[in-house]
Design a protein around this ligand. Structure first.
Ligand code: SF4
Length: 275
């Protein structure tokens, strides 16, 4: 089983949601947030922003990207990216290698852990900066520090990122994570890594995986104790936790593309339609 920060965060927030979404693959037709159309529009804009930032980091000239038609708030996010992130990038000095949209995997116990990085900025032998773009509301720092993403991404880079450093594993102290917020572009959050944090994360992730491996089968797991976990969960009505989704404006993190459930369609099992 391959686990990402999204699936692990689901497990941390609610074991039942993890079970329904990733083990039982239950598709439940309910909006994640309201108003639904506006929420979907914002999600699409978030994906477009990631695509534009990817293209910029690949080296496509900004003038070409700036000339594209953009609706609000994408146009505002993009201008903020130009205004704040590009000068930051220039301040890092050379040599600096960019790896946008790169995926790393690592084995832990019977599981594989996966991280899809928006951007890695590498100064070989010196340091590596993990950059993640966020287009949702900016959470407070303690909350961000507790997110699985903040623990998994540097951990996996330390475990599996030696190929980015001429084959030498990165020291934890050479790794740092930076969240850039489109809605608060001058308030990035940085999380330097350390050997102690790495050991802590190893134990934390190990404990999560042991709990996942020991999940009972054949019974529905209990619902989340903290009902705040249900506010943006599509399984609300299934769990008798209300039928209305919370307003999307209150959602802190945008839905990452990897958060979309990987529904599997067995095309061979689809019956031909007779006309
Ligand atoms: S609605 Fe609440 S209890 Fe049910 S799966 Fe979602 S988070 Fe868990």
């Amino acid at each position: 089983m391959i686990l990402s920060q999204s699936s692990l965060q689901d497990f941390v927030d609610c074991e039942r949601r993890f079970q329904l979404r990733y083990l039982l693959r239950v598709a439940w037709p309910a909006p994640q947030a309201e108003p639904q159309l506006e929420h979907e529009r914002r999600m699409k804009q978030g994906i477009l922003f990631h695509r534009l930032a990817h293209q910029r980091m690949l080296g496509i000239p900004s003038e070409k990207l700036d000339a594209m038609q953009m609706e609000p708030p994408l146009d505002r996010w993009w201008r903020a990216h130009s205004r704040t992130f590009l000068p930051f990038l220039a301040s890092l000095g050379e040599p600096l290698y960019r790896y946008p949209e790169i995926t790393l995997m690592g084995k832990m116990g019977q599981f594989r852990l996966m991280a899809r990085y928006d951007l890695l900025l590498v100064q070989p032998g010196e340091r590596v900066l993990i950059v993640d773009w966020k287009t949702g509301r900016r959470p407070r720092r303690p909350r961000m520090a507790q997110r699985v993403q903040t623990r998994l991404y540097p951990f996996l880079l330390a475990q599996s990122g030696a190929f980015l450093n001429a084959g030498r594993p990165w020291e934890a102290e050479q790794i740092e994570m930076l969240y850039w917020f489109a809605e608060a572009p001058t308030e990035s959050m940085r999380f330097p890594y350390s050997a102690a944090a790495r050991e802590d994360d190893r134990q934390y992730l190990n404990a999560l995986l042991e709990r996942i491996a020991a999940l009972p089968t054949g019974e529905l797991l209990p619902p989340a104790e903290d009902e705040r976990a249900c506010r943006f969960c599509v399984y609300r009505s299934l769990c008798a936790r209300g039928i209305s989704a919370a307003p999307f404006a209150e959602r802190e993190e945008e839905a990452a593309p990897e958060e979309a459930p990987a529904w599997e369609v067995d095309f061979d099992a689809i019956e031909p339609v007779a006309f």
